[in-house]
Design a protein around this ligand. Structure first.
Ligand code: G
Ligand code: MN
Length: 225
């Protein structure tokens, strides 16, 4: 397994604010797309040890960047639902933060909406414990999951990541822009940061800026490297 990293940029400030760690599998010299192996790893339960490796490796990488003098504030990792539901996530997070002496709020956990509404009453204390251990919480693929707006006001969410399906539609149709506009407005009124994923064109970046969204990620800035 390898981690590739994609920068998150603040277009207003013109700088990289963080990196997202993306899991890749190199098999016989070929990169197997995550869409092919992640479902298999989830079904077999292997996603848990893999997820632990991701967390440890990402923490180590962030510490190495900081030692090299790079001003990367935060690294984001994707946490699959099955891993989120294991008790071991909290201890792995604590150990990774401790071993690499990371500052609080320097590890961002990306969870999906579906993951959080599955068993909401258990989700809340779990998330509070993870945040207490130094993580921040981002909702990945926002707008595509099985979502309940109620949890948005009850969970200490730091960031909404607008799914690239909506960013793709920017400029393509009136309705396409409507979803991005609504998510940006929701984030602003809740005081939650909004980051647009999958930004590929200057037109999309311009449309997002016009909506008031300055945090972006996508091929326009960099592929995962
Ligand atoms: O939704 P999530 O952040 O988990 O998805 C990340 C995936 O999207 C990665 O596999 C990454 O390579 C891919 N990706 C990142 N930026 C872009 C982009 O601008 N366009 C497209 N089509 N895919 C992207
Ligand atoms: Mn993600």
């Amino acid at each position: 397994f390898e981690l590739h990293y994609q920068p998150c940029v603040d277009v207003g400030q013109g700088r990289v604010t963080g990196m997202e760690a993306l899991l890749r599998w190199r098999r016989d010299g070929r990169l197997v797309p995550p869409g092919e192996f992640i479902p298999v790893a989830e079904d077999s339960g292997l996603i848990v040890p893999i997820g632990e490796w991701v967390l440890q490796t990402a923490a180590e990488r962030l510490a190495a960047w900081r030692r090299a003098g790079l001003a990367v504030e935060r690294i984001a990792v994707n946490v699959p639902t099955i891993h989120f539901e294991r008790e071991s996530l909290l201890s792995t997070l604590r150990a990774a933060m401790h071993v690499h002496r990371l500052a609080p709020r320097s590890l961002e956990l990306e969870l999906t909406e579906t993951c959080m509404v599955r068993d909401f009453e258990r989700t809340l204390p779990r998330i509070e414990a993870l945040i207490g251990a130094g993580a921040t919480l981002a909702i990945d693929d926002f707008g595509t999951g099985y979502s309940s707006l109620a949890y948005l006001t009850r969970l200490p969410i730091d960031k909404l990541k607008v799914d690239r399906a909506f960013v793709n539609q920017l400029g393509a149709s009136r309705q396409g822009g409507a979803v991005c506009r609504a998510i940006v407005a929701l984030g602003q009124s809740l005081g939650v940061q909004v980051l647009a994923e999958g930004v590929e064109t200057v037109e999309q970046a311009g449309a997002l800026l016009a909506l008031g969204c300055r945090s972006m990620q996508g091929f326009l800035f960099s592929r995962p490297v």
